[in-house]
Design a protein around this ligand. Structure first.
Ligand code: ARG
Length: 260
């Protein structure tokens, strides 16, 4: 009888400890298993369907599933941490983050300062506009107010078209904020990656937006970003990426998010 009581007390304490530990694990963070080195992954989780947060504050999206699969096959532990887009690259150099996974386009400019993994996704810029717009193509954005996420490739193409210090370019911290401004009528168009624009337009039919694809935009390729010279991590990431492409995991994740 006394034994039973002890066992029960022990079990109850155990449950409490586990619950407390789970609660204390913190929001906007996801930890892999194991006790080996843990690589900290930065993502700007405001870019569905690549990375976003569920109502329960869990990471979800193509990039999230991809990096988890890559880490598993590459044999590393990761912890994903929500990180603002602005300043994200700098977190590599100050050691706060080890890897950026955020639908990041591989560009020559960025390659000067950071290392990229092998490409894992092809994208293009695209425009979100109101259904009743007169705008028919990218060139017609000149003289109109255009929303972009600061420092993205969308910002780059619009800056090229209109001049980087044009007052007609409205820069936002996140792409959803730019889309909100389109809804409010503060901008005439938003330029961002096609996957994100299409997903938003499709899932928010009440907003009355449509997508305009511009055939003149060059193809962009997403890569994982690391600090220059981090060859150990780079090897594991590219190895994991190769393995999930070979074993069908990549295709399964791709079809889940982009299969028609
Ligand atoms: N592909 C674009 C770029 O690299 C936009 C990426 C934005 N990603 C994000 N999670 N906000 O500039």
């Amino acid at each position: 009888m006394k034994n039973l009581k002890t066992v029960m007390m022990f079990a109850i304490s155990l449950v409490m400890i586990v619950t407390l530990a789970a609660c204390g694990a913190g929001k906007n963070e996801e930890t892999g298993s194991g006790s080996a080195k843990e690589y900290i992954v930065a993502t700007d989780a405001s870019y569905a369907p690549f990375e976003s947060l569920t109502e329960k504050n869990e990471f979800i999206g193509f990039d999230i599933e991809l990096v988890k699969a890559v880490a598993e096959k590459g044999g590393i532990n990761i912890k994903i941490v929500n990180t603002p887009w602005e300043g994200m690259f700098a977190t590599l150099n100050n050691g706060d983050r080890d890897l950026l996974v955020s639908a990041i386009t591989i560009t020559d400019e960025r390659k000067k300062e950071y290392d990229f993994s092998d490409p894992y996704f092809e994208a293009r810029q695209s425009m979100a506009v109101p259904n009743n717009t007169s705008i028919k193509n990218f060139a017609e954005l000149k003289g109109k107010k255009v929303g972009v996420q600061t420092g993205t490739t969308g910002d780059e193409v619009v800056s090229k078209l209109m001049g980087a210090d044009s007052k007609d370019i409205r820069r936002f911290e996140t792409t959803p904020l730019a889309l909100k401004e389109l809804e409010n009528g503060g901008v005439d168009a938003v330029v961002a990656d096609n996957g994100v624009v299409k997903y938003y337009v499709k899932n928010n039919p009440d907003k009355g937006f449509k997508t305009i694809d511009e055939p003149l935009f060059a193809a962009e390729y997403y890569g994982f970003v690391m600090k220059k010279g981090n060859t150990e991590l780079m090897g594991k990431i590219n190895d994991g990426l190769k393995k999930i492409k070979e074993d069908g995991t990549y295709d399964a994740i791709y079809n889940k998010y982009f299969g028609e």
